[in-house]
Design a protein around this ligand. Structure first.
Ligand SMILES: [Mn+2]
Length: 280
């Protein structure tokens, strides 16, 4: 019995199958913890959703920004950007079931057995582990509510407020929670997030740093697992106790699994020719 944490799949179903083959994943005994962004951009978001939802309690996923965007599109009845390649999901005969399953997933997950906290992108430096789970729970409650979830998608988009305050309320509070958990990469020492910055940590503008390296971060004694940042360049940051598992399979990089039982890393490389269109 093993538990594997796996980075962002983004519709790369074949990559996931290759990785599960490499680790000899046994769907009757092993567990998967997925860092989210199961869908978007890759060739097979639909099969990815069918497979992961079909694992039932043997797979836990936290929601990423692309997962939430897919749910918002379905809610509004919009097709979305063709580059996201989500039409097969939105038009599938089992779309209702799959999207309801996705909407019921968490925004933060603590695995008690392996003592890790998993989120898609990051946490605010002021949040403790307990507070992170409570705040994620606030957003999960709205997202999972059949009446209130529409309002959630209507207020989800935007980069403000940039800094968490315990006194935030209503849609601002919800947006602040969801932005940190699903979109965070860099912030300043006071916890002001910059959601526009997408490149690696070494190119970050002066004063901005990876969210996990903020001095005094209150989760610094916990092991955190996240995805989302494909340009991060390093998976394990022992000095901060974090693992960033999005190694950019979609972009010609690799798909990475961390076996939590012995903290061993596994990865499969993308076949670049299949993923990146070549000039005619
Ligand atoms: Mn993401």
């Amino acid at each position: 019995m093993a538990t594997y944490a796996i980075g962002d799949i983004q519709g790369c179903f074949q990559g996931l199958q290759d990785l599960l083959g490499l680790v000899r994943f046994n769907r009757r005994h092993d567990r998967l913890l997925l860092t989210g962004d199961l869908v978007a951009r890759g060739p097979d978001s639909l099969e990815t959703l069918r497979f992961v939802s079909g694992l039932g309690a043997r797979a836990v996923t936290v929601l990423g920004n692309h997962d939430l965007h897919l749910l918002a599109l379905a809610e509004k009845g919009e097709p979305g950007d063709p580059a996201d390649r989500l039409d097969a999901v939105l038009g599938a005969p089992d779309a209702g079931r799959l999207l309801n399953w996705l909407r019921g997933q968490r925004l933060a997950y603590r695995d008690a057995e392996h003592r890790v906290l998993m989120i898609h992108a990051g946490v605010a430096p002021q949040w403790t582990q307990r507070q992170t789970l409570a705040l994620a729970g606030e957003a999960e409650a709205v997202l999972g509510d059949d009446r209130r979830h529409r309002a959630f998608f209507a207020t989800m988009y935007g980069n403000e407020p940039r800094r968490w305050r315990d006194t935030l309320q209503g849609s601002e509070r919800l947006r602040a929670i969801v932005n940190v958990l699903t979109r965070a990469r860099v912030c300043d020492a006071d916890g002001n997030f910059d959601y526009r910055y997408k490149r690696g940590p070494s190119d970050a503008p002066a004063g901005l740093m990876p969210w996990f390296s903020v001095p005094g971060r209150r989760t610094r004694r916990s092991t955190l697992i996240f995805g989302h940042w494909s340009t991060l360049g390093t998976v394990h940051w022992p000095e901060y106790g974090v693992y960033g598992l999005d190694t950019g399979y979609l972009w010609g990089g690799s798909l990475t699994a961390l076996r939590l039982d012995d903290r061993r890393l596994f990865s499969v490389a993308a076949e670049r020719a299949e993923r990146v269109p070549t000039p005619a």
